[in-house]
Design a protein around this ligand. Sequence first.
Ligand code: GDP
Ligand code: IMO
Ligand code: MG
Length: 453
Amino acid sequence: MTVTIVGSQLGDEGKGGVVDIFGDAVDVVARYQGGDNAGHTVVHEGEEYKLSLVPSGAVRGKTGVLGNGCVVNPATLFEEIDALRERGLDPDVRVARRAHIIFPYHRVLDGIEEEAKSEDGEEVGTTGRGIGPTYEDKAGRRGIRAGDLVNEEVLREKLEYVVPQKRALAEDVFGVEVGEEFDVDALYEEYSEYAERLVEGDMLVDAGDFLAERLDAGEEVMFEGAQGTLIDIDHGNYPYVTSSNPTAGGAATGTGLGPGVVGDGDVVGIVKAYLTRVGSGPLPTELGGVEGDTPGYTQGEGRAEELATYIRDEGGEYGTVTGRPRRVGWLDLPMLRHSTRVNSFTGVVINHLDVLAGLDEVKVGRAYELDGEEIQTIPATTQRWADCEPVFETFDGWAEFDSEVVAEEGYEALPAEARAYVEYIEDELGVPAYALGVGPGREETVVRTNPFE
Ligand code: GDP
Ligand code: IMO
Ligand code: MG
């Protein structure tokens, strides 16, 4: 059986924590897209683990797989594995031979293009990890895959083809002088060492075969989505998106198991009880951005700005990877309706209910107004989305509560106003809330349904 965990909004909904909470019965956790742009937090026995590439299940001794849909920076991978080992864990991580590899020139080019775009205030606000340029090379059929690293001749041949192109792009198109990151010999040497380590650790797999065998043996597999639906390259807020498919369909194409396998299990949308965004792009229900931040944000005023700051601080809303303060807004239902359809959610997990506790009132953008009409989902173009004005529904706030007590006693122990908020979301989306996050810790979750049971 499989369960797929998908970000329903703009990333950082608390996916890592949910993988952990539902992960007891799981044998294998597979990432199906993205790379070290992700930042997933797991709190285990009071210790916080922040993982960008190693699947979250590794903290609990599960086998982690980076599927063919991922882009893998081996430097980050080994750094992360070594850091976990230093903390007494022994992560078992496998890498799909079909996964594309991030090289230093991808990171440099990511930065160069962002810089060029920023002259007109058009930058995406990427994590700078080289994600876009690596997926570009994949689509351009000039990428280098994990399976290529272990074949010396193939690796050298491919580097010799691609690196001069990249150098010319940097120097002749963008006018930026580049260094070792674009040197074939240096790259060959560095990446041959990674290859050795991949082979020694028996880490390379044909992901589809590997996962199918584990399923056939009766094991449970969890697909761990990174990023979120609104930054999906196809279904998100293009061009302010990442370059992969975080949506549930990605779990099939990004692992080598078919849509029948993914669709046979639950698909769980992870929802933050409000909204955050790092990076540029519109956000109709935005309360307030951060001074000097990326383009497209709404500078809140007075009470809105105060609320944004309050929620940011209460929720610790600073980027896991980049440390950037996150923009903050109210929950956006048109966004979640879009997300529920795109992903076929069978249920959701609503996190961060504790963060909103203590507010007098809580708002939800229940629809948008566009050209004098009320609409229920998201327009396909960013320009139209930016024109949408939110139509708010106001809820009574709920008082602060003891998260551990509520998690232990169950759903009914939540303040009635918080339950009304949850039930409104369930009704609007037509799916149940499997669990509710009331704090960052593992014990701070109200579990109503475990999709593996
Ligand atoms: P991910 O990228 O979706 O895995 O989420 P991140 O780890 O980037 O961000 C979520 C943050 O919120 C982490 O610091 C989590 O520990 C924390 N978190 C998750 N669920 C809850 C919750 O219900 N309440 C609070 N206060 N924090 C939570
Ligand atoms: P997790 O898995 C939030 C955003 C970046 C930028 C855009 C493109 O922790 O939820 P990229 O580096 O991917 O080319 O950047 O996507 N972004 C994320 N935002 N959470 C993430 O991951 C993100 N990964 C990328 O901020 O706007
Ligand atoms: Mg994150």
